[in-house]
Design a binder for this molecule. Structure first.
Ligand code: NDP
Length: 289
């Protein structure tokens, strides 16, 4: 099992040591609009992470009825705030708000999520600046467990701007954690199991519980399960539990390595968010990144 916690802990320890010797702490602002339960949980994990490494952090919680103009005005204030190095707009935004306009309003130098077109463009051009946190976390997790991607056939299932597309781009770059032969799959891919089972590494970012079974995974393949799906489970006090996009029971023992859900990619996303915030801070302060 490729667990994320030990890697996250190592990243946190490194950041904590760096923060101990600086004149002001790096600052992260989180904008949370509406009352999506999963978003609230993710934001609380991000707050806890900031506390742990000693970052300054502020969460702006706004009601779902907030007009888009007010969210844009808040982002403008955060862009101008010298105590804030990173701005994270928790997605999804409520339906009435133009998500694209809000993401575009974030100063690219503070775009620690890496979703601004300027940062995505830098990634496409092969000179990444802020790399989106989950894709960056996937590669860091693989590197930690000495799983190289050079020359490997990698199937990425999902092409979202948040996960699938940037992870595919990263894997296709020249370099130690790139140099892969990448196949990006999506809902129009024909005979998906035939494509994924021909690959050495499968990265699933679909959002469909236990969607990939044994027929989709080659014996000895490495499986990274990005999916976080809530399913009913009457045996749990909450009546629910989290599962990934891969059928863990079907794939365990067949795959050489597999990320657990929860506890695999999730902790990496937070660690990379804090690392990106440190990078934004270091650039603002003229410290070597
Ligand atoms: P999106 O819904 O934005 O994208 C899902 C992708 O999966 C789309 O590209 C879609 O294809 C593809 N897809 C859907 N159905 C199929 C299918 N039947 N066969 C092949 N491809 C399919 O989701 P995200 O990328 O935002 O998230 C994916 C998952 O990762 C979710 O479970 C999410 O909760 C989780 N996640 C986890 C994070 C973490 O920290 N661990 C962080 C971010 C996300 P198409 O483009 O054709 O519609």
């Amino acid at each position: 099992m490729l667990k994320g916690a030990p890697v996250r802990d190592a990243v946190f320890a490194e950041l904590k040591a760096k923060v101990a010797s600086v004149r002001r702490p790096p600052g992260l602002a989180v904008v949370l609009v509406g009352d999506d339960a999963a978003s609230a949980v993710y934001v609380s994990h991000k707050e806890k992470g900031c506390e742990e490494v000693g970052f300054h952090h502020v969460t702006h919680r706004l009601p779902a009825s907030t007009p888009g103009g007010e969210v844009l005005a808040l982002v403008a204030r955060l862009n101008a705030d010298p105590a804030i190095d990173g701005i994270l707009v928790q997605l999804p935004l409520p339906a009435g708000i133009d998500q694209e306009a809000v993401l575009l309003a974030v100063d690219p130098r503070k775009d620690v999520d890496g979703f601004h077109p300027a940062n995505l463009g830098a990634l496409v051009s092969g000179r990444p600046r802020f790399v989106p946190c989950t894709p960056k976390g996937v590669l860091r997790l693989l590197a930690h467990y000495d799983i190289t991607t050079r020359g490997k056939r990698v199937a990425v299932v999902g092409r979202s701007v948040i996960v699938g597309r940037p992870v595919s781009l990263l894997l296709s770059l020249k370099g130690v954690m790139g140099d892969a032969t990448v196949t990006m799959c999506h809902s129009a891919t024909r005979d998906l199991p035939a494509v994924t089972s021909a690959c050495d590494i499968v990265i699933a970012a679909i959002g469909a519980p236990r969607f990939l079974g044994a027929d989709a995974i080659a014996p000895g393949a490495v499986v990274v399960d990005v999916g976080i799906n809530r399913i009913d489970d009457p045996t749990r006090p909450s009546g629910q539990r989290l599962v990934g996009d891969v059928d863990e029971a079907a794939v365990k023992g067949r795959a050489a390595a597999l990320t657990p859900v929860p506890g695999g990619v999730g902790p990496m996303t937070i660690a990379m968010l804090l690392e990106n915030t440190w990078e934004a801070y270091a650039r603002a302060e003229g410290i070597d990144v």
